[in-house]
Design a protein around this ligand. Structure first.
Ligand SMILES: CC(C)(COP(=O)(O)OP(=O)(O)OC[C@H]1O[C@@H](n2cnc3c(N)ncnc32)[C@H](O)[C@@H]1OP(=O)(O)O)[C@@H](O)C(=O)NCCC(=O)NCCS
Length: 219
C-alpha cells in the first residue's frame, strides 16, 4: 500500500482520485490517499472529500513524515501547480505519477516526474515530456513532440506530431495543434485551431487561432 497526499482539492483532484480508484482495482500494490492539501488561504481543514480529509494549507506538510508518504500533483492549472509543487518540494515532498490503465504511452516515449495521465490518452512514439505534466481524458500527442514542465492539456486536445510546447503552457479543451512551437507560458483557448507558432506568454484562441496579450496568466 502506497500512502499518498493529494496536492489540490478541486474538481481536477477529484478526477485524479477517481483514476486512483480505477488503478487500485487493477493492482495488488494499491495507492491509499490519506488527505488533500490546499493552496494557502483556501484551507477547509477537516472537511471530507469522498471520505478523505482535507489536511489544511500546504504548510501542514511540515507536520507530515514525508519519508513515509508520496504526493500526487492534482492541481488543475499550470500556474498554481508550479507554485504548489515548488512549495511542497521545498518542504521535502516527493511525487508519484498517476497514469490511468486505459492510457497508452509508447515504450519509446519519456515522461518526467509527477505526471497525471487520464483515461484514454495516447502518447505516441518518441515523445519527450518534462515534469508535472497533465494530459486529461482523450488527449492525443503525436510522434516526436517535445513538452516542457508543468504543461496542462485539457480533455479531447489533439497535438500533431513534431510539436514543441514550452514550460507552463495551458491548452483548453478540444484544441487542435498543428506541428508548431508554442512558447513558454502561453494559454491556448478551448476549441482553438493553432496553425502558427505561438509566442511565449500569449493567449491564442479561435479558428484559426489569433494571438492576444495577457496582462496576467491565470491558467
Ligand atoms: C481563452 C480563455 C483562456 C480565456 O480567454 P479570455 O480572453 O480571458 O476570455 P473572456 O471570457 O474575457 O472573453 C473574451 C472574449 O473572448 C471570447 N472567447 C473566450 N474563450 C474563447 C475561446 N476559447 N475561443 C474563442 N473565443 C473565446 C469570448 O467570447 C469573449 O468574446 P467577446 O469579447 O466578443 O464577448 C478561456 O475562455 C478558455 O478557452 N479557457 C479554457 C477552458 C478550458 O478548457 N478549461 C478546462 C476545463 S476541463
Amino acid at each position: 500500500m502506497k500512502k499518498v497526499i493529494m496536492l489540490g482539492g478541486g474538481g481536477f483532484a477529484r478526477e485524479v482520485l477517481d483514476t486512483i480508484h480505477v488503478i487500485n482495482a487493477h493492482t495488488d500494490d494499491a495507492i491509499e490517499p490519506i488527505g488533500f492539501v490546499y493552496d494557502s488561504g483556501e484551507s477547509d481543514a477537516g472537511v471530507l472529500i469522498h471520505g478523505i480529509p482535507v489536511l489544511g494549507e500546504i504548510s501542514c506538510l511540515k507536520n507530515v513524515d514525508l519519508n513515509e508518504v508520496l504526493l500526487v500533483s492534482a492541481v488543475g492549472r499550470s500556474v498554481w501547480r508550479r507554485k504548489m509543487v515548488e512549495e511542497a518540494r521545498s518542504l521535502g515532498a516527493r511525487f508519484m505519477s498517476v497514469i490511468h490503465p486505459t492510457a497508452i504511452i509508447s515504450k519509446w516515449s519519456k515522461i518526467g516526474e509527477g505526471a497525471i495521465i487520464q483515461r484514454f490518452c495516447g502518447i505516441n512514439t518518441e515523445v519527450v515530456v518534462g515534469d508535472f505534466f497533465v494530459a486529461n481524458a482523450y488527449t492525443g500527442v503525436g510522434h516526436d513532440t517535445v513538452i516542457g514542465d508543468y504543461v496542462h492539456i485539457n480533455p479531447n486536445v489533439n497535438i500533431s506530431g513534431g510539436t514543441v510546447i514550452g514550460h507552463d503552457v495551458f491548452i483548453g479543451v478540444k484544441a487542435t495543434v498543428f506541428p508548431v512551437t508554442i512558447g513558454e507560458g502561453a494559454v491556448i483557448g478551448a476549441c482553438a485551431l493553432v496553425t502558427k507558432d505561438v509566442p511565449p506568454n500569449m493567449m491564442a484562441k479561435g479558428i484559426p487561432a489569433r494571438f492576444y496579450a495577457m496582462e496576467k496568466k491565470e491558467y
